[in-house]
Design a protein around this ligand. Structure first.
Ligand code: AMP
Ligand code: MG
Length: 402
């Protein structure tokens, strides 16, 4: 039995990045950047007015009220490209270039125009540099603005657009085939008959796969028949980067996943992790190179083991710079029990207390089959192996769940 940390490291070491592809910008959301994004322009590209108002020279407006002659108008997209002199003002709009000779912008609310709009009266003095964003003050041409390995979010779409990235170099997304095994399983649209249950793992695994940037394909349910398992796994190996199964990895007489792997000539990296829930997790590689994760059947074990082991593989395949779940320290709200030989990952909800500290509330749940109790989980509390009880108010490590 290996530790969780060792198992995660094996997964990371055995995972190779996929190829890089150029996609249109509108296809880039949630993909992982394969190259640094570099500014091709200063931002802003010119001294820009931040307010509607008047471009002036601050030294003309040290005392107020004072009248200046309006000599032109600078609007966004069409500036006033002359030299502004002492005693003059240029009517200016938000986003427009500040003319040569002006050094400040007074907002329109603090002014009013007189004499057929040829003169503006400034009602208050103006501070030097007011309401101007200087050229290059946000970003300079040539600066790296986003790093390779970053997952592109909505705000980053604006960054990419502003610097002319009509296409973006991103990683290919991993194709994941998802196979639930178990003779007792029926699909979501069926009413379970005697001794049957609906498959839920295929849906949670597909959802977690998408959250980690993968493209899931749900395969038809497999019964606990060795031939059916080897056929399904073989077929999926040719069309996917990884296969994720659930069920059939424990010690039962009809747990055939490992037998199937053996028959297919797979190389097994690990098949037992010192983890609760999720001890019988299998990680292997098929002869054609396809990665294989055999997760336990219990739905909670699926959620925990997927996010500990499969998610890093999916993210590493995409070249992501962060592949493991975000870890933090929190105050434990209620005492919990550990396990004598395994690390425990217990479902919890995170909040903050009045002192601004992160607090982990362990959820009431009925064990690794209780997917309803688990559904409100936002984090996992890590309890080290060989721990009997961790008291309330202790500091514990927590992992944020996606
Ligand atoms: P196993 O690991 O195959 O022994 O399964 C452990 C438990 O998880 C059993 O109670 C199964 O019925 C249940 N289980 C297995 N696969 C699924 C699935 N796809 N959806 C929901 N429950 C499952
Ligand atoms: Mg089973």
């Amino acid at each position: 039995m290996i530790s969780v940390a060792e198992a995660i490291q094996i997964v990371i070491d055995e995972t190779q990045p996929l190829r890089v592809e150029e996609v249109l910008l509108d296809q880039a959301l949630h993909k992982v950047l394969a190259k640094d994004v570099v500014a091709d322009l200063d931002m802003p590209p010119f001294d820009r007015a931040q307010m509607d108002g008047y471009a002036v020279r601050a030294e003309d407006v040290t005392t107020a009220p004072i009248c200046l002659k309006i000599v032109g108008e600078s609007i966004a997209g069409k500036g006033w490209h002359n030299e502004m002199s002492a005693g003059q003002a240029v009517r200016i709009m938000t986003g427009a270039p500040v003319p040569q000779g002006a050094d400040s912008v007074q907002q329109v609310e603090l002014t009013h125009e007189l004499k057929d709009r040829t003169v503006v009266e400034l009602l208050e003095s103006v501070e030097l540099g007011k309401s101007i964003v200087k050229r290059g003050s946000e970003i300079r041409k040539g600066e790296t603005v986003l790093k390779a390995g970053t997952t592109i979010n909505a705000a980053m779409m604006a960054v990419l657009a502003s610097f002319g990235y009509a296409t973006v170099a991103v990683s290919e997304r991993p194709q994941a085939s998802i196979l639930a095994t178990g003779t007792e399983l029926v699909s979501v649209d069926a009413k379970p008959g005697m001794d049957q249950i609906r498959d839920s793992n295929n849906y949670s695994i597909a959802a977690y796969t998408e959250l980690a940037g993968g493209i899931p394909t749900r395969l038809p349910l497999a019964s606990d028949l060795i031939g059916e398992l080897t056929d399904r796994i073989n077929a999926a190996a040719n069309s996917s980067h990884l296969i994720i199964t659930s069920g059939g990895v424990s010690m039962g007489v009809y747990d055939f996943t490992k037998t199937a792997l053996q028959q297919l000539g797979a190389h097994v990296f690990f098949e037992k992790v010192a983890l609760r829930p999720g001890k019988p997790t299998v990680f292997a590689r098929l002869p054609n190179g396809t990665m294989f994760f055999g997760l336990p059947g219990n739905p909670v074990s699926v959620s925990v083991t997927f996010n500990l082991f499969v998610r890093p593989a999916l993210l590493k395949m995409q070249g992501a710079s962060e592949v493991t779940l975000k870890k933090e320290t929190a105050v434990l709200a209620r005492a919990v029990k550990g396990s004598h030989d395994r690390e425990s990952y217990l479902p919890a909800q995170l909040t903050t207390n009045d002192d601004g500290e992160l607090v982990a509330f362990p959820l009431k749940w009925g064990g690794s089959s209780d997917f309803v109790g688990f559904a409100m989980t936002t984090a996992l509390i890590i309890i080290p192996a060989n721990t009997q009880t961790v008291e309330a108010e202790s500091r514990v490590k927590v992992l944020h769940m996606p």
